[in-house]
Ligand binder design. Structure first.
Ligand code: GLN
Length: 491
């Protein structure tokens, strides 16, 4: 029975633990066994956390026995390695953080654990979240459980591969420009990037602070909604967290698409870098399916969406260059080198950071430098404002915008590592919502002709998570894609 529960959605597993059909302690042992197999097969986990998992599971069993109604009772959780879990290493995929262990839980982790989750391990990611393929991490690439010769997406690729492989029903990742949604799409999962500020950033390793948000990766929309509900809400330790009670994500989940207006992104078909045939077909199919479910579907334009990638690679790199300056081997990071202070900084940073992180620090430092600040960073901020305005205008005519999450299904390992620009274009559809601070959901819609998952994205106005999740649920129901299971699933 436990194996069946681990193959199914998190909400069913939680119900079984709540009803006393199974104990959280037994579920944790089974999930730890599966996680060990997934780690071996795909490299999704960097470390497992048997001690933490056993202690948390015992606590869940005690709380259930005393009648606490835990929404996520006993649900095994995988945590991306740029999010703190007390007592476990946090490397953010970087050598510069090798040997660092977190003193406490990130707010989002603490809240999921309070809701009944059990942390079974930390998952591989691109270094500091910089990448779209999980090939930029210091500890090796992750393989996609749908096809081990292909990437799982990034930067939350380990979290996505762990959930897709059925090691755990739920994982958390971070999304700065697409890092939850794109791996969710490439691994056949539901991924949510919440409204900026919805989930507190306390305990996340900062990449680009005006964009970073943590979000859930799950196999069903209901599971993603349950997890996001637990993670959301203000936090005194993050001054950018949204005040006031977060919206109810669950009671309207089954409302359907009736009466909602869905805008089909007009710029999607002509996107730079092109659209894979099967993705284009799935895009049209999803629009039809929403229409059949009662939504009013019409094209909508977000004219400046094509500027999102250049703007993102100025804003995000500028913020990253500033955030990463603290890793100098003195204040933070593994210390390397001998001699004077300059030599120590040089050795710590040049040996500690990988090539993509260095590229971004250089780009960001240049964009912020005295003579170029206005021409690059300043202008990018202005265009960011215009893009947000484009979205506001588009949302006068619709409640959500539909577009692909990724222009293509999972690509072969190594196929883009020599060409940063083509790698950056993997995020053409996810970066716009990030820059505008808007919520977005990726939902699986079926498989490509090669048997690889395809995901579609729904973007809404700030705070519209209930509507987006209800629409995603309507798509999930009509497509039946949640039942697709990868050949690399573990047992
Ligand atoms: N792929 C994008 C980048 O490399 C987004 C990463 C992210 O969301 N963390 O910056």
């Amino acid at each position: 029975m436990i194996e069946g529960l681990l193959d199914g959605p998190a909400h069913e597993l939680a119900a079984a633990v709540r009803d006393g059909r199974v104990r959280a302690a037994e579920v944790a042992e089974a999930a730890l066994r599966r996680a060990a197999k997934a780690k071996e097969a795909h490299g999704s986990f960097l470390v497992l956390s048997p001690e933490t998992a056993r202690a948390q599971a015992a606590d869940v069993d005690r709380r259930i026995a005393s009648g606490e109604p835990l929404p996520l009772a006993g649900v095994p959780l995988a945590v991306k390695d740029n999010i703190n879990v007390a007592g476990l290493p946090t490397t953010a995929g970087s050598r510069i953080l090798a040997g660092f262990a977190s003193a406490d839980d990130a707010t989002c982790v603490a809240r999921l654990v309070a809701g009944g989750c059990v942390v079974v391990g930390k998952t591989s990611c691109d270094e500091f979240g910089m990448g779209s393929s999980n090939e930029n991490g210091a500890w090796g690439p992750v393989r996609n459980p749908w096809d081990p010769t292909r990437v799982p997406g990034g930067s939350s690729g380990g979290s996505a591969a762990a959930v897709a492989a059925r090691a755990v029903p739920l994982a958390i990742g971070t999304d700065t420009g697409g890092s939850v949604r794109q791996p969710a799409a490439l691994c056949g999962l539901v991924g949510v990037k919440p409204t900026y500020g919805r989930v507190p950033r306390y305990g996340l390793v900062a990449f680009a602070s005006s964009l970073d948000q943590a979000g859930p990766l799950a196999r069903t929309v209901r599971d993603a909604a349950l997890a996001l509900s637990a993670m959301s809400g203000p936090d005194p330790r993050d001054s950018t967290s949204l005040q006031g009670a977060p919206p109810d994500l669950l009671s309207g989940l089954e409302r359907g698409a009736e009466g909602l207006r869905v805008g089909v992104l007009a710029e999607a078909e002509g996107a730079e870098g092109g659209l894979h045939r099967d993705v284009a077909a799935a895009f049209r199919r999803t629009a039809d399916l929403l229409r059949a479910a009662g939504a009013a579907v019409a094209p909508v334009s977000v004219p400046r969406v094509a500027l999102a990638i250049p703007v993102y690679y100025l804003v995000a790199t500028a913020e990253a260059s500033s955030n990463l300056s603290r890793f100098d081997g003195v204040r933070y990071g593994a210390r390397q080198g001998e001699g004077d202070l300059g030599e120590l900084y040089r050795a710590s940073r040049s040996r500690g950071f990988g090539p993509e992180v260095k590229r971004r620090i250089l780009l960001g430092t240049f964009a912020l430098s005295a003579g170029y600040h206005d021409a690059y960073y300043g202008r990018a901020q202005k265009v960011r404002g215009l893009l947000a305005r484009d979205f506001s205008e588009a949302f006068l005519a619709c409640d959500a915008i539909l577009c692909p999450t990724s222009p293509e299904p999972a690509f072969p390992l190594g196929s883009k590592t020599g060409d940063p620009l083509s790698m950056y274009l993997a995020d053409v559809f996810t970066v716009p919502a990030s820059l505008a601070g808007l919520p977005a959901v990726s939902v699986p819609v079926g498989l490509s002709s090669e048997g690889l998952p395809i995901g579609m994205q729904l973007v809404g106005t700030a705070g519209s998570e209930p509507t987006l999740l209800a629409l995603a649920r309507a798509v999930e129901k009509a497509s039946g894609a949640a039942a697709d299971r990868p050949p690399g699933a573990v047992r």
